[in-house]
Design a protein around this ligand. Structure first.
Ligand SMILES: [Zn+2]
Length: 144
């Protein structure tokens, strides 16, 4: 057992794992769109992307473009452990998208003490480590 192992984990910044099932999501994010996977048979939305529908087991799917309007379902403020790809303390929220599924993303532009269950937020995009664009939750109509 090495005493240096935890330090190594803290300083590593993993890149995205892009697969044939999630490539659409990251391509759309680079273009500023939030695309959500939808079952081709029962039409159930699912996120994060997966190869099969959890409701009917179908492998058929397409996507819908989400509006980005959402409400805060839950959140946490992370202080530690820290990853060099983010700024701390880091608020991370779980939101209910108006289309009917959920998304996890970091929250920007809201004082952490002002976060409230059910508050309206919207999804924007921010550049993270390795240059990828990922969803970021922001105040409605606000610049983050
Ligand atoms: Zn289905």
């Amino acid at each position: 057992m090495s005493a240096e192992a935890p330090q190594e984990r803290r300083t590593s910044v993993p890149g995205l794992t892009v697969t044939q099932d999630n490539e659409f999501f990251f391509t759309a994010a680079r273009e500023g769109r939030l695309e959500i996977q939808r079952c081709g048979d029962c039409k159930t939305l699912r996120h994060p992307p997966a190869p099969a529908c959890a409701s009917c087991r179908s492998f058929a799917w397409d996507t819908v473009t989400a509006s980005g309007r959402c409400t805060l379902h839950s959140w946490t403020v992370i202080h530690h452990p820290q990853d060099p790809a983010f700024t701390y303390p880091l608020a991370v929220g779980l939101v209910d998208l108006e289309e009917g599924t959920r998304l996890v993303a970091d929250i920007s532009g809201v004082d952490h003490d002002d976060l409230r269950l059910g508050m309206e937020l919207e999804v924007g995009f921010a550049e993270h480590a390795h240059g990828e664009m990922l969803p970021q939750l922001r105040p409605v109509g606000g610049a983050a």
